[in-house]
Write a protein that binds this ligand. Structure first.
Ligand SMILES: [Ca+2]
Length: 348
């Protein structure tokens, strides 16, 4: 064998070993989504990342109505040539309020009015929350849930079968904020979209990794990154470039410098946790509040003061320790994230 052929053989052996190692160590994930521009970006990031094995897309009503979200999920999977994915419809509306859709930010069809070809993929007949339950039992301690829409499907799953809680490897949500909302002064859209569901999810007994809107808004795609994305053409990169262009224009009209990469940052956190800074906290979801319904109220001290009645008044008698139920994202390495995102989308 010539030295050249030997080198080629060694190269391919290493390449194949690398591929099989990636396949073995890839994390099984379920993306629960309300597609959605940034959902589409998040799904394509996940599908182009060897660190992840996407087991299913479960769709929830949110940015668009449930039927539209399911159609979008099917078209995105088809575009990526991934009809092997399980794609299931889920909750049609929030647990305890009317659905609030967001075509203002996402376009009439939820995907920046880009018309994708009809999907070749089929819908799984199972109800999204039931599919989540089945997959968690099928792969105990292996599934990471990545909910990037209102938390209705996840709340329904843990309410129906609480035994999944210790069997889930991780829950990484896009949602909440510890420094003001994007819906109003207090609330972030996914939590505001179903606060009762969010409260169930935060109190389920697992630790929720919370990638909030406050960090998403400091992790923005700008025209500079868009130009990079537009430099290579392919079905997926062209689609994401159109989404990003529309989303940027919408954000610029509202006075922002760029468009917040909310959902893709949650997926990227599972791909590479070193992209974000996390801190354990106890988080409660406000479900009443005159101005604060849907706020994620984070306790940064890990305790509440304990007030004890002394005659006609209360007196502070030490503190009550609170167990953390969340790992809250405080910051991201935005540039490294965006370079990862664009390289993965261009990777085909
Ligand atoms: Ca979303």
């Amino acid at each position: 064998m010539t030295r050249f052929i030997k080198s080629i053989c060694i190269f391919f052996s290493i390449f194949l070993l690398g591929l099989s190692a990636a396949a073995q160590t890839a994390r099984r994930v379920i993306i629960d989504t309300d597609p959605g521009i940034d959902d589409a970006m998040a799904i394509l990031l996940a599908l182009n990342s060897p660190e992840l094995k996407v087991e299913a897309l479960t769709v929830v009503a949110g940015n668009v109505e449930a039927w539209q979200g399911l159609e979008n999920a099917l078209k995105i999977a088809s575009l990526a040539g991934r009809c092997d994915l399980l794609i299931a419809g889920g909750a049609q509306h929030p647990l305890n309020q009317k659905l609030i859709t967001a075509q203002f930010w996402h376009g009439k069809n939820g995907l920046a009015n880009v018309e994708l070809p009809a999907s070749k993929c089929k819908t799984d007949s199972r109800f999204g929350p039931d599919l989540i339950i089945e997959l968690v039992h099928k792969y105990p301690h292996e599934i990471t849930l990545i909910p990037v829409g209102p938390l209705t499907n996840i709340a329904l799953a843990v309410s129906k079968d609480p035994s999944i809680v210790p069997l889930v490897k991780d829950v990484v949500i896009m949602g909440g904020s510890i420094s003001g909302g994007n819906v109003d002064g207090a609330a972030e859209a996914n939590i505001y979209g179903d606060p009762e569901a969010a409260s169930i999810v935060f109190n389920a007994g697992w630790i929720v990794t919370m990638i909030g809107s406050d960090v998403g808004e400091r992790t923005i795609i700008t025209r500079k990154y868009l130009a990079d994305l537009q430099s290579l053409h392919g079905p997926e990169s062209d689609f994401v470039a159109k989404l990003a262009d529309w989303y940027l224009t919408r954000s610029e009209k509202s006075g922002y410098q760029g468009a917040a990469m909310y959902d893709p940052l949650a997926v990227a956190t599972v791909i590479d946790p070193s992209l974000v800074t996390l801190k354990e906290m106890h988080v409660d979801v406000e479900t009443k509040g005159e101005f604060t319904r849907g706020e994620t109220v984070a306790n940064r001290m890990g305790s509440d003061e304990n007030n004890v009645l002394h005659g006609d008044h209360y007196e502070i008698d030490g503190v009550i320790e609170l167990k953390p139920n969340a790992r809250v994202c405080l910051a991201s390495d935005a540039d490294r994230f965006l370079r990862l995102f664009i390289s993965r989308i261009k990777g085909k």
